[in-house]
Design a protein around this ligand. Structure first.
Ligand code: SF4
Length: 371
């Protein structure tokens, strides 16, 4: 499981209310959770549950499913019941699907205020149904579907416009004494997105769902999300995250987990400290790092493994890590917990490192480190 106390928190977390998305707490100092969204037709229950199972295996903690048709709404009850992780129904346009999702036992419902036209007069009923079922609501404002009134007022989806839209919508729920809410204000431009969340964080105490919308293909989207989430999380802002990539959803989860680990908001598992290589390198560092990463994939204990190309920084870094290699002269000096345990020819570096890592992992597991 995810540790309740972060290993090395990057910043004091912003104080926020706590909501429960099924068994997963969001806000109020709970560990930042990672979520994703299925890409299957929700009405295809088998395919959707299959993808949810894959997402669960990749470490996803909350999953969102789209609900654009009655067939999708009809599928929600089975999906919510059979999913291993809490399911959030994502509703645009139709309030009737909001009721259906709540009735179906979804762990939360995401609504987009800009898109639900006759939403305002039905807030009271939605608030009552949600309260009766203990279902939290995410108010998900999106730059691409901003309320027309606010678009006219601000000219475009500025941070102020996004925040005003979200807080206005929240106020409609508050009028009915409903505060089981989390908020997102997504934009595809990290600069606008960061500013929007910064302002929102100051103006309310709701937990915040971070996302850069339409972030792009894997490479660009990963960087945009890492930069934007990093800027916010490093100020303590953000309670749950979703990386949006034009790539399989399990990739989004991997990136999300990695972002949290980089910021010390998640316990680091396997971490490879490898040098970028340079003219001094005496081995093929890229190949070595790749082979060691592949060989240790899935390792559950926190292990820092240094792979260094030469003896300049090599021994220093290798000593700092749990385990490492510093190469030179066609040989590798293998370090374990700061001590040189052996020197092996280049061809045996990878297998020796993996071997030593396994031994170390076994020892750590016996000592109760790791899951
Ligand atoms: Fe270059 Fe050696 Fe540093 Fe690697 S460890 S970047 S090879 S100086």
């Amino acid at each position: 499981g995810v540790p309740e106390v972060p290993v090395r928190p990057v910043a004091e977390r912003r104080a926020s209310r706590r909501i429960q998305v099924g068994p997963v707490p969001v806000g109020g100092g709970a560990p930042v959770s990672v979520q994703s969204m299925t890409t299957t037709r929700t009405s295809d229950v088998g395919a959707t549950l299959q993808q949810i199972a894959e997402l669960t295996a990749s470490g996803c903690q909350i999953v969102r499913v789209a609900c654009p048709t009655q067939d999708d709404a009809d599928a929600l009850a089975t999906i919510a019941r059979k999913s291993q992780i809490p399911v959030i129904a994502d509703i645009h346009f139709q309030p009737k699907y909001v009721f259906a999702a709540i009735e179906a036992g979804c762990a939360a419902v995401r609504v987009n205020p800009g898109n639900i036209k006759q939403f305002d007069d039905r807030v009271k009923e939605i608030a009552r149904a949600a309260k009766d079922h203990g279902t939290p609501i995410r108010i998900g404002v999106n730059a691409g579907s901003l309320d027309r009134r606010l678009l006219q007022k601000y000219g475009r989806a500025t941070p102020e416009a996004l925040v005003e839209s979200a807080l206005w919508e929240a106020s409609l729920f508050e009028e009915h004494d409903f505060r089981d809410i989390k908020i997102s204000v997504k934009h595809n431009d990290p600069v606008v997105m960061i500013e929007a969340y910064r302002q929102l964080a100051e103006q309310c105490d709701y937990p915040l769902h971070l996302g850069v919308t339409e972030a792009g293909p894997a490479f660009q989207g990963t960087i945009k999300s890492a930069v934007a989430f990093g800027a916010l999380l490093s100020r303590g802002i953000g309670d749950t995250i979703r990386v949006s990539l034009s790539a399989p959803p399990a990739e989004e989860v991997k990136v999300g987990i990695q972002i949290l680990q980089s910021l010390g908001l998640r316990e680091r598992r396997l971490e490879i400290v490898s040098c970028p290589s340079c003219g001094r390198a005496q081995v093929d560092v890229y190949k070595l790092a790749e082979e060691v990463t592949a060989g240790l994939e899935g390792m559950e204990v926190p292990l820092r493994v240094a792979v260094m190309g030469c003896v300049v920084n090599g021994p220093g870094e290798a000593r700092e890590a749990d385990l490492g290699v510093a190469s030179g002269n066609g040989k590798g000096q293998i370090f374990v917990k700061g001590e040189v345990v052996k020197t092996v020819p280049e061809s045996r570096i990878v297998e020796t490192l993996i071997d030593e890592a396994m031994k170390l992992a076994e020892r750590m597991e016996q000592d109760g480190v790791g899951p």
